[in-house]
Write a protein that binds this ligand. Structure first.
Ligand code: UD1
Length: 368
């Protein structure tokens, strides 16, 4: 029986851990899964609603760390997590994604010689100004089992000297959650309650510090988005960081006077109901690039780089950058296409990644 501590901290972690814990609980003679929530995200809309929507069991440990500078947040997670590892003596600690909770918990385990499995390993934007890129590189460097979503990630890891036997291409567990919940999400009335018709609106999310923390950059993006919204209404569920900056930079009035509709962050199922019916998605999120690819929805990524190139080579994603003119032109060009998206779903984005993750953990343990 493998005792596994599964770590979650921030919004993009919950939909990755849910199918894994469900599969571990199903294989109860093989796995004893425990859940540790670091509390990096803590608002109802950023955390608890995801536990409810995804049916994740209550965390066995809650570290209640909250928002701080990167150093303080990372350090506090480490300090709170170390005694749990010492007391629980897990066989594996499983971390997902690239948030501060991921590297903090992995680093604790590396020093205690506890084995680490990293889900979504090997993604690289090659932009070290992104905090997530630092978290990815460091987490991968100290993990014992590197579970990847696409074969380009395997190549990245091999090029960094990771032995091939530590790398397992298992597919995309976030897409497990998407397929598992899609029908349920489609029954909801979010779109209707907003007065929207299917395929007659766009969805926008923005939260990267590089896009929303500087007035000039954020203002330029808004200029482009306001122009696009003249063709198609844009629904904009705003992350707390983004909302604060809209107020701080005095952007509220220009948004109100446009066809961009600012709304509160949505829960997992509500948001799925919204984006799954959209004609176009504009985003700087990592996960949404993948979710739109899985559903063949055209996506413009408002960043200069992506750690998820498979969403471009196989999927519906276009890396459009942050130049307002280019964003506007590309959006209008995409909207004028007859066949908006006709793409394939990447290999092993099939709803069964959690099974392969559990198999890989079992096999790695037997081999050790
Ligand atoms: C974090 C992740 C990012 C991920 C994003 C998804 C890191 C380095 N970044 O960024 O990769 O894409 O989560 O949301 O781990 N806040 C609230 N309520 C909350 C959480 C945060 O109001 O529940 C506000 C606080 O003002 C906080 C700010 O949002 O200071 C930023 O939160 P933080 O967790 O530091 O980073 P994110 O920008 O959310």
């Amino acid at each position: 029986m493998l005792k596994v501590l599964n770590i979650v901290g921030a919004r993009p972690n919950f939909m990755k851990i849910a199918p894994i814990v469900r599969e571990m609980r199903r294989r109860e003679s093989e796995f004893l899964p425990l859940i540790v929530h670091t509390g990096q995200h803590y608002d109802q809309a950023m955390s608890d609603s995801f536990f409810d929507d995804l049916g994740i069991p209550k965390p066995d440990f809650h570290l209640e760390i909250g928002s701080h500078s990167h150093a303080v947040q990372t350090a506090r997670i480490m300090t709170a997590f170390e005694p749990i590892v010492l007391a629980e003596k897990p066989d594996w600690v499983l971390v997902v994604g690239d948030v501060n909770s991921t590297i903090a918990c992995a680093l604790v385990c590396a020093k205690l010689n506890v084995k680490i499995a990293h889900v979504e390993a090997g993604l690289r934007s090659r932009d070290r100004t992104m905090p997530e890129e630092i978290n990815r590189i460091l987490t991968d460097a100290i993990s014992d089992l590197l579970l990847t979503t696409s074969e380009d990630a395997d190549e990245n890891l091999k090029n960094e000297g990771v032995p091939a036997d530590k790398i397992k291409f298992v597919g995309n567990v976030m897409i497990d959650s998407l397929f598992y919940n899609l029908e349920k999400a489609k029954q909801l009335k979010v779109r209707e309650n907003l007065g929207l018709d299917a395929k007659d609106y766009a969805v926008l999310t923005l939260h990267r510090p590089s896009n929303v923390d500087e007035k000039e950059v954020f203002g330029g993006l808004l200029d482009a988005l306001r122009a696009i919204s003249e063709k198609l209404p844009i629904i904009f569920p705003a992350h707390p960081r983004t909302k604060t900056n809209i107020e701080r930079f005095g952007f509220t009035a220009q948004i109100e006077n446009s066809n961009i509709r600012l709304i509160e962050p949505l829960g997992y199922l509500d948001f799925m109901n919204l984006y799954s019916g959209a004609k176009l998605v504009l985003t700087d999120s990592g996960g949404l690039q993948e979710e739109t690819t899985a559903l063949s929805i055209p996506c413009l990524t408002l960043r200069e780089n992506t750690e998820r190139p498979i969403t471009i080579s196989h999927g519906t994603n276009i890396l459009v950058g942050t130049n307002p003119t280019k964003i506007k032109q590309t959006a209008l060009e995409v909207l004028s296409r007859k066949n908006l998206a006709d793409k394939k779903i990447p290999p092993l984005w099939d709803g069964h990644a959690a099974e392969r993750i559990c198999d890989s953990l079992s096999n790695a343990n037997q081999a050790a």
